[in-house]
Design a protein. Structure first.
Length: 480
């Protein structure tokens, strides 16, 4: 019998899996293998909650495989060596895997392809980064033209989605390790793993909450977003499945408002593809600003201020609530990500890369492309970024997107009894009120770490200095 290896990386699903389908097309037996790569496990970007989510996802995938007569084989070691052993042990002469576009993944796969029969398939994105290009063959660096070009391409229909196979044959003699039990997935993480859970969430969001997406997606006190990002991150749900759901919902929309809401969500999926494209074509953004002039920003990088931000002790309630939610659950709302990123970079004048790493060390949905793109957007250093003079006011952001203070009270319990009038400015409470409710500012809850108005002037001067240095350096370059 012909045997093919299905190397699972970021595609922990059986439905609409192009790598699995190709393997089944060319072979009678499939070897589903997941390899724990020590290089990735040792990375400073590893998040225990994200790893626990993957382990739980592997357990569900193994159960789905066993229900079809197969099983998941777990290996640990350098991928090229493990795949070589598995080829010899299984008698296979081909490996199928879903293409990944991070710098590490591309280097790893190029090295393996040089000596082993590895064939990469689509699936991580709807459109390969080399497909959505300008007429001159160069990549887009602005989202709006990228989005137009992306939408103009043939997009998947429901008929294009690949069904999960009913039966998978796997050789019984191949050795493998048990799926690790540590770290366990905490009950505080609001994301049960697995393909079935991903499908349930997609169906619920598309059927119940998508119509109100525009009104609710920025509210921190509402459950108004899809919360599908962890499942897309590890392929428990394919991007094509999400896009098809969005397009079907658009066709069924009964009002202009509903259609606008769905289009807005589809736009978020396109942002995901845009950031993957940026990382693919400009891998240097993992270490540097996309706009090189902003590598000259004179960061303060105060470690005490950074620790206060990490621990949710800045004295700005909406910032502290979001940071505590991140550490406890491994997830925060996209609006909250922008608020805390702006505060770190522009109020505290701390290098965006510090925040980017902290997010990757905690986010269940932490993705190198999206996380980097989001941080560079907030820091005004990236492609299509917010202008450097756009500086979120943490008080106004809280008042606008958590108007009743429910989000703050949930995650900053010491502020639970603060009157609504002061929930986003507790330092303005009269001392008598502070004493009455048991929340004395500077004692039970910190005073603001910085004065936002003064911090705003400081960061504008820092960015202006970087821009002036860029202009000076360009004037010193001889013509011709």
């Amino acid at each position: 019998m012909n045997t093919a290896i299905w190397w699972i990386r970021r595609d922990l699903r059986l439905s609409d899996n192009q790598a699995l389908t190709q393997a089944l097309t060319c072979a009678d037996q499939i070897v589903p293998v997941f390899i724990f790569d020590p290089a990735l496990l040792r990375s400073p970007y590893v998040a225990p909650k994200r790893l626990a989510f993957v382990l739980e996802g592997l357990r569900w995938l193994d159960a789905d495989l066993q229900a079809r007569g197969s099983r998941l084989i777990i290996r640990r070691g350098e991928p090229k060596q493990e795949l070589s052993r598995l080829l010899a042990q299984s008698g296979s002469n081909i490996i199928f895997a879903e293409a990944d576009f991070s710098p590490y993944a591309r280097c790893r796969d190029q090295n393996i392809t040089a000596t082993l029969p590895l064939l990469l398939q689509g699936g991580l994105t709807v459109c390969h980064p080399n497909v959505v290009l300008k007429a001159n063959g160069t990549p887009y660096t602005m989202f709006t033209p990228f989005s137009r070009a992306w939408r103009a391409l043939p997009l998947p229909q429901a008929a294009d989605l690949l069904p999960a196979p009913e039966r998978i044959l796997t050789p019984s003699h191949l050795p493998g390790e048990a799926i690790p039990v540590d770290p366990p997935l905490s009950l505080k993480v609001p994301f049960p793993a697995g393909e079935a859970e991903a499908q349930r969430r997609l169906a619920r969001f598309a059927g119940q909450r998508l119509a109100n997406y525009v009104e609710q997606r920025n509210r921190l006190d509402f459950d108004g977003t899809s919360q599908l990002s962890p499942y897309l991150r590890f392929g428990m749900l394919s991007t094509r499945q999400a896009v098809v759901a969005a397009r079907e919902a658009i066709d069924m929309a009964v009002s202009v408002q509903e259609r606008k809401a769905i289009e807005t969500w589809l736009n978020e999926l396109i942002w995901r593809e845009f950031y993957i494209s940026i990382l693919y074509h400009f891998p240097q953004v993992r270490r540097r600003s996309f706009r090189p002039e902003y590598d000259r920003i004179p960061w303060l990088n105060d470690e005490t201020d950074f620790a206060a931000w990490q621990e949710g002790r800045t004295g700005y309630p909406v910032v502290d609530a979001a940071m505590r939610q991140l550490v406890q659950t491994g997830w925060i709302h996209n609006r909250a990500r922008m608020i805390v990123a702006s505060f770190l970079v522009k109020d505290l004048l701390i290098d965006w890369r510090w925040g980017e790493r902290w997010f990757m060390q905690h986010l269940v949905d932490g993705d190198p492309a999206a996380n980097n793109g989001g941080w560079q957007w907030s820091a005004s250093t990236g492609t299509d970024a917010a202008p450097y003079f756009r500086i979120f006011n943490p008080v106004l952001q809280g008042q606008k997107f958590d108007p009743e203070g429910e989000f703050v009270r949930r995650w900053v319990p010491e502020l639970a009894e603060v009157p609504q009038k002061f929930i986003h400015t507790p330092w303005e409470m009269p001392l008598a009120v502070q004493q009455e409710i048991g929340c004395v500012i500077g004692q039970d809850y910190p005073a603001p770490l910085v004065d936002h108005a003064l911090a705003r002037k400081r960061v504008l001067a820092a960015y202006a200095q970087a821009n002036a240095g860029a202009v000076l350096n360009s004037s010193l370059i001889p013509a011709g």
